[in-house]
Write a protein that binds this ligand. Structure first.
Ligand SMILES: Cc1ncc(COP(=O)(O)O)c(C=O)c1O
Length: 416
């Protein structure tokens, strides 16, 4: 039955979303130029202009990931597409995988590793804390994993796991080190080579300030060699004289890094159709971030978080989690007693156009998570957020000292 336009007027009205300031843990507001880049005309995937853009993306993201890795490319899909591509290509069924679990996304790494047939062991630490390097080294020594997997910054707990010493321990015991840097790339240092990270994946919709749907990843030759040893090119596109590699075929076709290497490399062997508009957006996000300069971008994130945290504390609110390991781009704050957390979030959204995040699992109803990521990290936004939060808290019976939050934000920004 065709839709009747007179009774389905909403569906036949052009999109016109109300403006929102996205201060949850991602997605966040995209750089305007990233959205404009997406409106750039289509190109064929093997047009030399387009393959040129693919090569440029590889160059740009090497800088973003602070790596020399040749294999630095995009996986089509949100951040978990990059996670699945790495884990499914790196884990041969039966491999021991050690997952460092300190939040919701550690659980995700565990689950995906299990689906890949890994024999998964986990170590856990209380939410709101991270692992001491010695504890991880001991676990590596005990379990002798083929792969160690961790999240860098887990948005569910707002904690960032220091990685350099774990990277060294992985090399010492010849384990491959996989890191999910979805929530930190572009917002805090992610020193892929410096910290000896073998494979790292991310997303666009957090500190890179792009739309969700593209996952920048990087991996070194240790991973490339492993993946190549499992390379089985799909039947319809095998070059003449092709001989399959001896290793077990990677279980996913779409996320097969060996075939992605052939697609992104000079062979340009056909695989999927690269998401043209997402590649444009990813290129633009990296161009903007590098244009600003990584150090400057990181400092902007730190300042925005410092301003936000100062404002929250001046309002008498308590911050969540181990202070010295907080991410620079998302803040957990305890919901004051007696406040209806969901109602307040709704008022913030509807009355002020500001979105902040709720929480998962045991933290639901206990903390809100407020993101300061990418394009959002600007003084005006931090002031708006604190002023609006102050207003809705007051309406809901929580009286913060008048003006204290705003004064504290100004204080953090004064002279910067
Ligand atoms: C640390 C981390 N890893 C993975 C993901 C999953 O990302 P996506 O929803 O883009 O697949 C998220 C999303 O919030 C995240 O914060």
């Amino acid at each position: 039955m065709p839709l009747d336009k007179s009774t389905h007027t909403e569906i036949f009205t052009a999109l016109d979303p109300a403006p929102r300031l996205l201060m949850g843990p991602g997605p966040v507001n995209a750089y305007p130029s990233a959205l404009q880049a997406m409106a750039t005309p289509m190109l064929g995937q093997f047009d030399p202009q387009f393959t040129g853009y693919m090569n440029e993306v590889m160059v740009l993201y090497r800088q973003i990931f602070q790596t020399q890795n040749r294999w630095t490319l995009l996986v089509n899909g949100t951040a978990r597409a990059g996670i699945e591509a790495c884990l499914t290509s790196m884990i041969t069924p039966g491999d021991v995988v050690l997952v460092l679990n300190f939040g919701r996304f550690g659980h995700l790494l565990k689950e995906i590793s299990e689906r890949c047939g890994g024999r998964v062991v986990t170590i856990e630490t209380e939410w709101g804390t991270v692992f001491e390097a010695d504890a991880v080294r001991d676990a590596i020594k005990r379990h002798r994993p083929r792969i160690v997997a961790t999240v860098h910054g887990d948005t569910s707990t707002t904690m960032a796991q220091p990685l350099a010493e774990i990277g060294a321990a992985c090399r010492e015991f010849d384990a491959l080190f996989y890191v999910d840097a979805t929530a930190t790339l572009g917002g805090m240092p992610v020193e892929v080579d410096g910290w000896q990270l073998d494979a790292v994946t991310s997303g666009l919709q957090k500190c890179m300030s792009g739309p969700p749907g593209s996952s920048p990843i990087t991996f070194n030759d240790r991973v490339a060699d492993l993946v190549t040893s499992r390379k089985h090119i799909e039947e319809g596109i095998r070059p003449s004289g092709y001989v399959a590699a001896p290793g077990q075929r990677i279980q996913s076709n779409y996320f097969d890094l060996a075939m992605l290497m052939d697609y992104w490399g000079p062979d340009r062997l056909n695989h999927h159709t690269e998401s043209t508009s997402m590649l444009y957006a990813a290129r633009e996000c990296a161009r903007v971030v590098l244009g600003e300069g990584l150090d400057h971008t990181f400092a902007r994130h730190q300042l925005a978080s410092a301003g936000l945290r100062a404002g929250l504390q001046a309002m008498g609110l308590k911050l969540y989690g181990d202070e010295k390991n907080r991410m620079d781009n998302v803040t957990g704050v305890y919901i004051p007693d007696g406040v209806d957390a969901d109602r307040l979030r709704t008022e913030l959204l509807v009355d002020f156009g500001i979105e902040i995040g709720t929480s998962f699992g045991a933290l639901h109803g206990v903390i809100w998570r407020i993101g300061t990521m990418g394009y959002v990290c600007q003084k005006t936004n931090i002031l708006r957020c604190i002023a609006s939060l102050d207003a809705v808290l007051r309406r809901n019976g929580y009286g913060a000292p008048a003006g204290a939050g705003i004064d504290a934000v100004y204080g953090a920004y004064d002279g910067k």
